[in-house]
Design a protein around this ligand. Structure first.
Ligand SMILES: Cc1cc2nc3c(=O)[nH]c(=O)nc-3n(C[C@H](O)[C@H](O)[C@H](O)COP(=O)(O)OP(=O)(O)OC[C@H]3O[C@@H](n4cnc5c(N)ncnc54)[C@H](O)[C@@H]3O)c2cc1C
Length: 385
């Protein structure tokens, strides 16, 4: 693994900055936080137009010649400007999963649709009674001829308000042991029987509770075999924790905080310097871990590396923004839009946003268990399946 940025990568970053200067509208950041929808569809259409969505994916399903490192640099550039692309992030997890487990016809339909920018996928795993224990899902699908009839409820179906489909985990045989009776379906979100209700969160994101009442889908919407859902979920969860995310986790917090401290006479305070130094080190470690996961993902589906990166970078982000608040003092309380808010309120906003990152995509406790079992070979600390 070579950690040095090549000349080519540096030129991609320049080109990505130019792309973002030309195409990204600053009001989209404000709009995402006002509406709580962390996916700007106008930006997504521009990315599809320029072939950026297909970068790195197989040509036969609509992948393009655009270099994935250039596409990543464009996503990074958008993230650096404060824009989320959560709908595309969840879509990439599903595209990756489908490319491992689906039929040829499904790959052409769903991967092709997503890479053309016509489809976007939300994750429908969590239920009101089961989050970390994903396999305890109760939403039921019953076969009726060539169709399946779905009834149940999902919690935290993020970006469902703009997605075309939800990748829905359901129980297809309640008589089998918990992990045995599950299946996954691609369910259109605009069909009869689907209801989407907003759930507001601390970090401004509006996620959703979704309800399914006698929702009918054809048998062809089943991804993987009947009752094979747990094997599909194993791949999907690996993608969720790191292998398929389109933007890296690089941040500029240490530099931004140093600039603010210099401009506000705090830079000479040893406690400020100590905090900024700690943030800079953690930022670098998170960046290198991201490179490591991407490098591993090019060789094979990572087993625990994405989980290690997710655990470290999300817990580090909470420490970093807590340190940032200490450095800013009272000024740190000013929200985006408030006169005099440091960095336009971005520090305060990111402080709030960091809170949920150790919950979604696997809580820190669950990540530690995965690392203990799969990386260190320690025994399971809970009852066997
Ligand atoms: C903003 C946001 C967006 C989300 N988006 C989506 C989405 O798009 N799609 C989706 O399906 N889900 C989504 N989620 C759900 C998320 O993945 C779950 O919240 C998460 O899995 C935790 O589940 P839970 O909330 O039911 O908590 P629980 O599983 O009930 O956990 C409660 C506490 O118990 C701990 N705990 C649970 N099990 C264990 C264990 N085995 N060992 C040790 N400790 C344990 C947890 O760490 C936690 O501290 C989202 C959540 C949030 C907050």
């Amino acid at each position: 693994l070579d950690f040095h940025e090549t000349d080519e990568l540096a030129s991609f970053r320049d080109a990505a900055r130019e792309w973002a200067d030309e195409n990204v509208r600053p009001e989209w950041v404000e709009e995402q936080h006002r509406t709580g929808c962390f996916q700007t569809m106008e930006l997504h259409r521009l990315m599809a137009r320029d072939g950026l969505l297909g970068a790195g994916w197989a040509k036969e399903y609509g992948g393009t010649d655009v270099d994935p490192d250039y596409a990543r640099a464009v996503f990074d550039e958008c993230a650096r400007r404060g824009l989320h692309s959560d709908g595309w992030a969840s879509s990439c997890m599903i595209i990756g999963t489908i490319s491992h487990v689906a039929t040829e016809e499904q790959k052409r339909e769903y991967i092709g649709g997503a890479l053309r920018g016509e489809m976007m996928f939300a994750l429908g795993y969590t239920e009101p009674d089961s989050g970390s224990d994903v396999a305890a899902a109760k939403t039921l699908a019953v076969r009726d001829g060539d169709e399946w009839v779905i009834n149940g409820q999902k919690m935290f179906t993020s970006t469902a308000q703009v997605c075309t489909h939800v990748f829905l985990l359901v129980r297809t045989d309640p008589s089998l042991p918990k992990h045995g009776g599950l299946s996954l379906f691609m369910v259109p979100l605009d069909g009869p029987g689907v209801e989407i209700h907003p759930v507001h969160t601390l970090g401004d994101q509006v996620t959703n509770a979704t309800f399914y009442t006698d929702v009918r889908v054809p048998h062809s919407a089943l991804i993987g075999g009947v009752n094979e859902g747990w094997n599909v979920m194993k791949v999907a969860l690996i993608y969720e924790r790191g292998a398929g995310s389109p933007a890296s986790n690089e941040q500029t917090l240490a530099q931004d905080l140093a600039a603010w401290s210099k401009a506000n006479g705090r830079f000479d305070d040893p406690l400020t310097a100590e905090r900024i130094g700690r943030i800079a080190v953690e930022q670098e470690v998170a960046k290198v871990m991201g490179q490591w996961v991407r490098w591993r993902a090019k060789q094979a589906l990572p087993a625990y590396e994405g989980t290690m990166r997710k655990l470290f970078s999300t817990e580090a982000a909470q420490r970093q923004y807590s340190d940032t608040m200490d450095v800013l003092g009272m000024a740190g309380l000013l929200e985006p839009g408030a006169p005099g808010a440091p960095a336009g309120g971005r520090f305060e906003l990111n402080f709030r946003e960091a809170v949920v990152t150790t919950i979604y995509g696997g809580t820190s406790e669950v990540c530690r268990e995965i690392i203990a079992e799969r990386r260190l070979g320690l025994p399971r600390n809970r009852p066997s399946k």
